[in-house]
Design a protein around this ligand. Structure first.
Ligand SMILES: C[S@@+](CC[C@H](N)C(=O)[O-])C[C@H]1O[C@@H](n2cnc3c(N)ncnc32)[C@H](O)[C@@H]1O
Length: 213
């Protein structure tokens, strides 16, 4: 999943702001006790998400795919004092660890967790977003983009994770491999959408940043 060499990633992390004690603890607990811990954004990407959020100063954030809550806590760092982050995960087993760390980070008033399928929950969340982080099931990336593209304020961002999909996007794509097919269609769709200015950042597994003009 990580396309940077371990040495480069370690060097970059060395000269990147440290994780807070709560984020470091959540990272460790996820690595030790949760299946597929590599899904967690991690130190470097987490600090980048925090920085994007601080630049945008969002009032409303939507995160699709909470996992253990690491990226939600990073993104929430940039919220305006009265801002709110909605995070959605389909897996109800995530609820205990997410709520534990929201509490440890004293972010109870900033983060609202929804358990269920993002496709049905997103239309029920009211308001327009300043930042959306798409990081759930890859086959729904285009659906998620279409659900939020008209609900992003000018100057806002849609950030999508894993768009390089371990480099599989460069290989011949198997007809059965719906995830890679959708991810390659996603980056074309976003790049060609004149409402957005896009950059594909080759950090970790690839982040597609779309800025709403
Ligand atoms: C890559 S992980 C998210 C990682 C997290 N954003 C982070 O950076 O720490 C993807 C998550 O999406 C969730 N997910 C998959 N399909 C979903 C769906 N249809 N609706 C909501 N969540 C979904 C999975 O349960 C999983 O926890």
């Amino acid at each position: 999943m990580n396309l940077l060499s371990e040495e480069i990633e370690a060097y970059a992390a060395l000269f990147t702001e440290d994780e807070s004690p709560v984020l470091a603890e959540l990272n460790r607990e996820t690595q030790a006790h949760i299946i597929q811990p590599r899904m967690l954004s991690g130190h470097l990407q987490g600090r980048l998400l925090s920085l994007f959020s601080k630049l945008v100063k969002p009032k409303l954030i939507l995160e699709i795919g909470s996992f253990t809550g690491y990226s939600a806590l990073c993104l929430a760092e940039g919220l305006q004092p009265d801002g709110l982050l909605h995070t959605i995960d389909i897996d109800e087993e995530r609820e205990t660890i997410i709520t534990k760390y929201i509490k440890k980070a004293q972010a109870e008033n900033k983060i609202c967790l929804h358990i269920g399928d993002a496709n049905s929950i997103i239309p029920k969340i009211k308001g327009t977003f300043d930042l959306v982080f798409i990081d759930a099931d890859k086959v729904n990336y285009i659906n998620y983009f279409n659900l939020v593209a008209n609900r992003i304020n000018a100057g806002g961002l849609i950030i999508a994770d894993n768009v390089l999909w371990s480099g599989n996007v460069l290989k011949p794509i198997n007809q059965q491999d719906e995830e890679t097919q959708i991810l390659t269609r996603y980056v074309r769709l976003v790049k060609n959408d004149k409402r957005f200015q896009s950059v594909l950042l080759p950090i970790r597994d690839g982040l597609m940043i779309a800025f709403k003009r």
